[in-house]
Design a protein around this ligand. Structure first.
Ligand code: ZN
Length: 340
């Protein structure tokens, strides 16, 4: 590398992006333009129940060492975590459905700052993904963007008026509970007819298991080796695409429910861009037009759903580390300008 007066002429500036999920922690070195240079994944609880914080700190230290070995500068650490976040404290708010209860009272920003010596920002994981699509991805330049992340559960993030909208208590964008059927399925949350009870990965699998246990004919038992525990949302979508009537009926229900959920968002916010991503979204990519068709009858201004850019993007863990990086870009710009 060329040097001038002992100083390197160019140094690539990176951010450590972290995505903490209930089963996997992903971390990566991401450029300020959103390119993922390197990413790794670890089980959140590899060393047993309650070890998520230790796993996070170990991974953060590894990423700093990795950046040093690659001669990359690191500007900060951005963490997306599945839960409602108190961004001032850099901690998750305790919540009855929290999948990571041991992190409920911990300032992740303080812990990671002490472990790495770097500035640290913590945000809800779906808010982080919304920022990533807005800053680096399909929503660049949009004045409004709503992201729905569908995996085992649903998360959401809202960009309005050129800033992240967190709501009064930080829980804006929690789309699980959008009521789509008052007489519908009972949901694990205690509600009935929640959007999440139809489109979340656990709901898709749960519905398939229930119908199979009721004796419905299907190719799904053969596809899962006769073991209902091995059923996945992907298998249900594959079976539906191959014409299996039971699977097709479940997937039709997913499209109808998701269409209603998207119509709710269009009616409430009329955003310029909607992004559907997450693990289940990989299977939804070929169904994007069907979902739009299901949304159309529910929007008051029928043109609104047709003028909304709807992107269905299959998410993976390498992709999600960009969320943490976007949080650092957003927060440092916000502090610098004090206008957002
Ligand atoms: Zn629910």
């Amino acid at each position: 590398m060329q040097r001038a007066r002992g100083l390197e002429l160019t140094t690539t500036h990176t951010i450590i992006g972290v995505d903490i999920g209930a089963t996997t922690i992903a971390a990566g070195l991401v450029t300020r333009e959103g390119e993922v240079l390197h990413a790794v994944q670890r089980p959140t609880h590899r060393d047993g129940t309650g070890t998520a914080l230790a796993a996070l700190l170990t991974l953060a230290r590894e990423m700093v060492a990795d950046a040093r070995a690659r001669r990359l500068a690191v500007d900060g650490v951005g963490i997306g975590v599945a839960g409602v976040v108190d961004t001032g404290k850099g901690a998750m708010q305790p919540h009855p459905y929290n999948n990571l209860p041991e992190l409920g009272h911990v300032s992740l920003s303080d812990e990671v700052r002490q472990a790495t010596g770097l500035p640290v920002f913590v945000e809800n994981d779906a808010n982080a993904l919304a920022l990533a699509e807005w800053i680096f991805g399909v929503g660049r330049g949009a004045h409004s963007l709503v992201l729905m992340a569908i995996g085992t559960s649903i998360g959401g993030g809202i960009i309005l008026g050129n800033g992240l909208f967190r709501g009064a208590n930080g829980s804006a964008g929690e789309f699980h509970g959008i009521p789509i059927d008052f007489d519908g399925r009972l949901c694990f949350c205690g509600g009935r007819g929640c959007l999440g009870a139809y489109v979340e990965g656990r709901a898709i699998v749960g519905e398939a298991r229930e119908r199979l246990a009721g004796g419905a004919p299907s190719s799904l038992p053969a596809m899962s080796g006769g073991d209902a525990a091995r059923l996945t949302p992907e298998l249900v979508f594959q079976a539906a695409a191959a014409g299996d009537p039971l699977a097709k009926s479940i997937v039709d229900g997913v499209c109808i429910a998701l269409g209603a959920g998207i119509a709710f968002i269009v009616n409430a916010l009329n955003p310029q861009v909607i992004v559907v991503t997450g693990g289940v979204a990989r299977s939804l990519v070929p169904l994007a037009e069907e979902i739009r068709r299901c949304a159309r009858p529910h929007t008051l201004a029928t043109a609104a759903v047709d003028t909304t850019q709807i992107h269905v993007i299959g998410g993976d863990k390498r992709h999600t580390v960009r969320g943490g990086a976007a949080v650092v870009v957003y927060e440092t710009a916000r502090v610098a300008s004090r206008v957002i």
